[in-house]
Design a protein around this ligand. Sequence first.
Ligand code: ADP
Ligand code: MG
Ligand code: ZN
Length: 476
Amino acid sequence: MPPADWEPVIGLEVHAQLLTRSKIFCGCSTAFGAPANTQVCPVCLGLPGALPALNRGAVTMAIRAGKAFGCKIAERSIFARKNYFYPDLPKGYQISQFELPICDGGAIPVPQADGSIRKVGLTRIHLEEDAGKNVHAQNGSHVDLNRSGVPLIEIVGNPELRSAEDASEYLKALRLALIYLGVNDGNMEEGSFRCDANVSVRKRGATSLGTRVELKNINSFRFVRQAIEFEIERQVALLESGGKVSQETRLFDHEKGETRPMRSKEEANDYRYFPEPDLPPLVVSREWLDSVQTPKLPHQQMAELSAAGVSTADARTITADPRLVDLHGRIAAAAGKEGARRAAHVVVGEIARAVNEGALDLGAPKFRPEQIAEVFRLQDEGTLSSTAAREVISEVIQTGRAPAQVVAEKGLSQVSDEGALESVVLAVLEKNPAEVERYKGGKKNLLGFFVGQAMKELKGKGNPGVLNALFKKRLE
Ligand code: ADP
Ligand code: MG
Ligand code: ZN
């Protein structure tokens, strides 16, 4: 922890790969994991004379994110050439947006521990193309250009974050929101969601910002926290000992848990941005803008679940994955009364467990939500005890088999028929005259004892509710 008189200031730049099937300026596939250089064409190889043509699907996704985060969507935005030399950049420049990005302002809603929502401001969101990848192997270094031209949005956050923890919460909220919006898969390991962290410190109370360092190469939430924490301490120690922070780019070395210099301000690239002559200005019409739908964001789903009576803990688990939200909604709708709460128990219980055990693929569930509602009904009418109901649900989730069939096969149905239970009740009372006397004398909690005896007779298959009622009737 830095001494209390220093305040850390952090701003994140996130690169998120858009989930289009083809690249941003050509028709090549964006699928991950294909053999190197098999998803390329003259455009994304940067061959002379090849002309880019903008993928409107990528623009629609950028608009969707911008709308969801309350950005101002530019009616007219401009693509520019960002010039630099690197082997993975065959054209010698990256097409990006510079002066006039597609989205301006806006904020990311970040849920806080106390349940409130903090809004962290955005500077901008712009569209750009990804570069290729350098692959270092034993026999030398190679360049794979499959990723060259894959569409990205860069989400630039304001320097409003004040701790490593803040930054990681922001990043988690942003990642989940993009997944909900269907514009990004959130995969940090494959690099489809990447983050650079800008870190500075200043004396508490100061109004101007300190000199910042940009941290690169942080590809997990844990590393984000570690890199920022290390950097805060490094800067504070430097300043306390009379030194100065120099503006530079540093790499995070996750094996050593430290950041080290990559390039200084003097060595910084001069990108010589200029408008891309091969692309016209991007014009977003009113109709286009209005036609882009934004689904609910995680914090809105959270609020809805809470309002429907789902506990905060359950709602957290469910909203962590939009597929769980969807399943929950469909089970709740099929179940009717009390459906939201009951469905939540199933989702965080049997469904979450089956997913963890690899017995349920949320991408292709084998069961129908109506089958879960059917189990609820069997429980309500007394055919299933709550324990048996859970067992049936587990089986249905994993196999998609009909609940009635599972109940019959496993012999799980319980005896609810009053006539059948009546004789057991009478036998229990006859066998326990002393307890009957004590009950009548006021020891009402003996009811549990009688029900327990009856259950023993019935090998656990009696309906406890019906038994309770029958004993009461006989004893009073
Ligand atoms: P670039 O990194 O391309 O030069 P900017 O100068 O706009 O772009 O800065 C980008 C990021 O740096 C933003 O996320 C912003 O919040 C953050 N940032 C800017 N100044 C500071 C600072 N003094 N301390 C921490 N973060 C900062
Ligand atoms: Mg930057
Ligand atoms: Zn191509």
